[in-house]
Design a protein around this ligand. Sequence first.
Ligand SMILES: Cc1cc2nc3c(=O)[nH]c(=O)nc-3n(C[C@H](O)[C@H](O)[C@H](O)COP(=O)(O)OP(=O)(O)OC[C@H]3O[C@@H](n4cnc5c(N)ncnc54)[C@H](O)[C@@H]3O)c2cc1C
Length: 409
Amino acid sequence: MAKTGIIGGGAAGMFAAVQAAGRGHEVHLYEQNEKLGKKLFITGKGRCNFTNACSVEEFLQNIVSNEKFMYSAGYGFTSSDIMEFFEQCHVPVKVERGNRAFPASDHSSDIIRGLERAMKEAGVKVHLGARVRRILCRDGAVSGILLENGAEQALDAVLVATGGLSYPTTGSTGDGYRMARECGHTVTETKPALVPLETGESYIPKLQGLSLKNVSLRVMGKKKPVYEGFGEMMFTHFGITGPLVLSASSYIGKAGLPWPLDAEIDLKPALTREQLDERLLREFQAAQNKQFKNVVPELFPARLVPVMIELSGIDPGRPVNHISREERKKLIEITKHFPMTIVGTRPYREAIVTQGGVSVREIRPGTMESKKVRNLYFIGEVLDVDALTGGFNLQVAWSTAYAAAASLE
Ligand SMILES: Cc1cc2nc3c(=O)[nH]c(=O)nc-3n(C[C@H](O)[C@H](O)[C@H](O)COP(=O)(O)OP(=O)(O)OC[C@H]3O[C@@H](n4cnc5c(N)ncnc54)[C@H](O)[C@@H]3O)c2cc1C
């Protein structure tokens, strides 16, 4: 049985603690905050979308970075397993649209309480306000940890579950990356992901608050698009956000291209250019002598009207029956390719996850053990693994935590 130290009392750390203690190990959980699960508390807008009730294949498809690395852990502990775990912890669960799983109460605090109860029952020793400064190693193996207060703790195994850099007020301050480097590990470049994007055009802030449903977003790479998706997005004072945009940010990050990047929205993806032209002709014929500016609202949401008029270059006072084929073409062009320049992402404090982290090349995928230091493990967001929204990032935390805990000797 191993005297095991777990650094970080978030999703991965708490779940690993339950699993390790349940297997008879002596488990010490070190959390720098005065309470556990600060990030878990704010997940899923306070409801905690703790997993996605999909097949393992679908789970893997929703991983943006290092999907293959997650194969073994993903099959070893699945979304059904975590749902069953919470049911057994007296936290009833429910599944909503898109297979998103939540606690039935809609309170993330129930997920945290469930984990806390399970840790207590399994005999985990929780140390709050305990910041770990260093991991101690001897002869290629872990020997213990050094706490911020100067105390040393001898340990047989250490699990690093310190999370990433996003929402640093929850305690994710990047300590795990530094500790990993000190142990000889490579940490790949980190970036904010699942994060809103900033745009360059002056007309975008004018659209602040406008939400678009059923549109396509495309972000161009050097030659081909780095992201193409269909769904919902919103304009803000700095740029764009919403489900489509968050997904796009992860793929942009992965492509590693320099800013700025050209992007466009297809405002009417269900219509071909020809169908759109027929629609315009119909509107214009029905409106007869009406001015262009009074017909545009029939075609677009009110917020978008002045911007579409500006971008079309058509005189707003022009009677619609005087609008030429060329002018219609221009209007169709900006409708199918509404232009934007993406100049960057918002900062870590607004990012749902961190992309990059402890290089998975130096981690054994079946156990999450370091290939460099014996009995040292990395689990959860500190790893160079990130996924899309929908409960997949927390499933990464549960699956990697389980793999590590199950392999302790
Ligand atoms: C606003 C928001 C909403 C989200 N919603 C969802 C969602 O609905 N579904 C989903 O799947 N994912 C969601 N995520 C992502 C998900 O929360 C994370 O991927 C997940 O919490 C990572 O778990 P973790 O245990 O690896 O790290 P964390 O949960 O970040 O836990 C790390 C812990 O380690 C502690 N720590 C760090 N350094 C030290 C140190 N030196 N010593 C001691 N303790 C330390 C920290 O204080 C922290 O408590 C959301 C993220 C955010 C920011």
